[in-house]
Design a protein around this ligand. Structure first.
Ligand code: BJ8
Length: 425
């Protein structure tokens, strides 16, 4: 990771010592999990570059954009509509929630039995190591699970520019109306923040950019159905993670170029894993940077991850916004339609998710599904129980894992994953 940005980080209020230790652990992880692997697609060099500059050049770009009058909006959830942000010529970035930091301090504010993802957001804030958070003009939290909902009450004390978006919990007409009114409220907040009136034309532009990015990610997802899989699960996860940080137009171009290369690899039967390697669909909680533990263990055991049923993956990027509307109201309705299809486990009931996992598993020719639940994440862990029954009835192999961000359980997880992979081989 490039460290030539000390002054910029200091001006942002980062704690340079803590930040340096974060960068060092990121560097080590990145080298072990990515750079030391063989037979990666050449176009992954772009992702390696982005990661090497994720706290450097990308932050400089954001600060330059801010200096020219543009605004930066940070988000923790795929329910925050990027289309509206882009329509106001603002920049949306995902916020860091994938590593433990300052846990002792965090546990003075949050109970120990809070999921690692929520604790991570607090850890990055308390220890002042996330330049995205510190550069954001507005940070959007969302009322989804109880943990996040209550935690944002505390987070607001640390991050006064927090805006909380309320989300429905049921896929009913009332739920849809609620989402629509919350998106309208968000649009007004973005207009106030940026001073830009979001016209129909601007909204169409935002939809177009987001759709193109999602289409590139969907293309990548489809290519992974090939056998042998042309790209490793780790690299594909990284791409889905970087989608939250990078400039959308540049990222879309880079991913389409990578997909061109993958198509050649498929024609040449050049796989990221050997022919016949067991194929795994990962399903469950989101995996934010630098949470690479489970796919790393799966691939180290000789299998290949061929899809992520996750917000950092398929759940976050499938379905495009219809581009048929002409008025701002019609376009907003199309945005609501697209996001209302997201089958996050906070919805009750949530039958679409089960069906989607079966569908993905068949389409990607998966030999088994590994369900990844963060400890104390009730929505996903509770859903994994009936999911297991359903998959068993359909003869789909299933393994449930509950973990956190620490490496303490790596030995035990490795044993369980190796046994599972042996059974499905
Ligand atoms: S749309 S999955 S990004 S809410 S892991 S904090 S659910 S206790 S992250 Fe999510 Fe939006 Fe849904 Fe996706 Fe709670 Fe579970 Fe923690 Fe979670």
């Amino acid at each position: 990771m490039n460290r030539d940005y000390q002054k910029m980080w200091l001006d942002l209020g980062l704690d340079l010592n803590a930040h340096d230790s974060l960068l060092s652990s990121l560097e080590t992880g990145y080298r072990d999990f990515f750079l030391n692997r063989k037979n990666r697609p050449e176009e992954m060099a772009y992702l390696d570059f982005v990661m090497s500059e994720v706290h450097g050049l990308r932050i400089k770009e954001l600060l330059n954009a801010k200096a020219s009058g543009r605004k930066v909006i940070g988000s923790f959830c795929v329910f925050v509509p990027e289309e509206i942000v882009l329509a106001a010529d603002a920049i949306m970035v995902g916020l860091c929630t994938g590593a433990d930091f300052a846990m002792a301090e965090v546990e003075k504010i949050l109970p120990r039995n809070t999921c690692a993802l929520i604790k991570s957001a607090f850890g990055f804030k308390l220890s002042k190591v996330c330049p995205f958070l510190e550069a954001a003009d507005l940070v959007v939290g969302e009322n989804t699970c109880d943990g996040k909902k209550k935690a944002y009450e505390q987070f607001k004390q640390l991050q006064p520019n927090l805006y909380v978006m309320d989300l429905p919990q049921q896929k009913t007409d009332i739920g849809r109306e609620h989402l629509q009114s919350e998106y309208q409220r968000f649009l007004t907040a973005v207009e106030q923040l940026t001073g830009v009136e979001i016209t129909a034309e601007r909204l169409r532009h935002g939809i177009d950019l987001s759709n193109k990015k999602r289409a590139a990610l969907a293309r990548l997802a489809r290519l992974r159905a090939a056998d042998p899989a042309p790209i490793s699960g780790l690299d594909a996860l990284l791409i889905n993670q970087v989608a939250f940080y990078d400039d959308p137009v540049r990222f879309t171009g880079a991913i389409n170029k990578l997909c061109d290369e993958l198509e050649v690899r498929i024609r040449n039967r050049s796989g990221a894993a050997p022919d016949g390697a067991p194929r795994i669909l990962l399903s469950g909680c989101p995996m934010a940077v630098p949470n690479w533990k489970i796919p790393w263990l799966i691939e180290k055991a000789g299998a290949v991850v061929v899809g992520e049923e996750s917000c950092v993956g398929e759940r976050g990027c499938r379905n495009l916004v219809a581009e048929t509307g002409t008025s701002r109201e019609e376009l907003m309705a199309a945005i609501v339609d697209r996001y209302f299809k997201i089958d996050c486990a906070v919805f009750t009931p949530n039958p679409e998710r089960e069906s989607h996992i079966v569908e993905m598993s068949r389409a990607l020719k998966a030999d088994g599904v590994v369900h990844y639940g963060l400890q104390f994440c009730q929505p996903y862990i509770i859903e994994s129980m009936p999911l297991e029954d359903r998959l068993q009835k359909q003869d789909i192999n299933f393994l449930r894992i509950e973990t956190d961000y620490s490496m303490e359980d790596v030995g035990q997880l490795q044993t369980r994953l190796e046994a599972f992979i042996e059974i499905i081989s």
